[in-house]
Ligand binder design. Structure first.
Ligand SMILES: [Zn+2]
Length: 99
């Protein structure tokens, strides 16, 4: 009996520029000042400047929200460190465990 070797699925044709553009999120922008246009540096699509500004604004808001979450976590960690330090200071010298 012959052994059947399974092959993974492969694209028959390479991705066309249109396929690349369709799957691109256009997050890497290139400003072409000579012609006052915005292009995607990945798929080379010409983008609406309004769309580009809107996308950048959205990404900025995501980044700021992430920074706010990180600041909150730092504040919680600082508060917990202070709490543990106060507990440690309140212990008698004999209660502190040696490291
Ligand atoms: Zn793109």
């Amino acid at each position: 009996m012959r052994k059947v070797i399974p092959f993974g699925r492969r694209a028959v044709a390479p991705n066309t520029p249109r396929d690349v553009e369709a799957n691109c999120a256009h997050r890497n922008l290139r400003l072409v000042e000579q012609s006052d246009i915005v292009m995607c540096a990945v798929c080379h699509a010409t983008l609406s400047p309004i769309w580009a500004l809107s996308m950048l604004s959205e990404q900025y808001a995501f980044a700021m929200a992430h920074i706010d979450r990180l600041k909150s976590r730092i504040e919680l960690a600082d508060a917990r460190i202070l709490e543990l330090s106060q507990e440690l200071d309140a212990m008698l010298p004999g209660e502190k465990k040696p490291e």
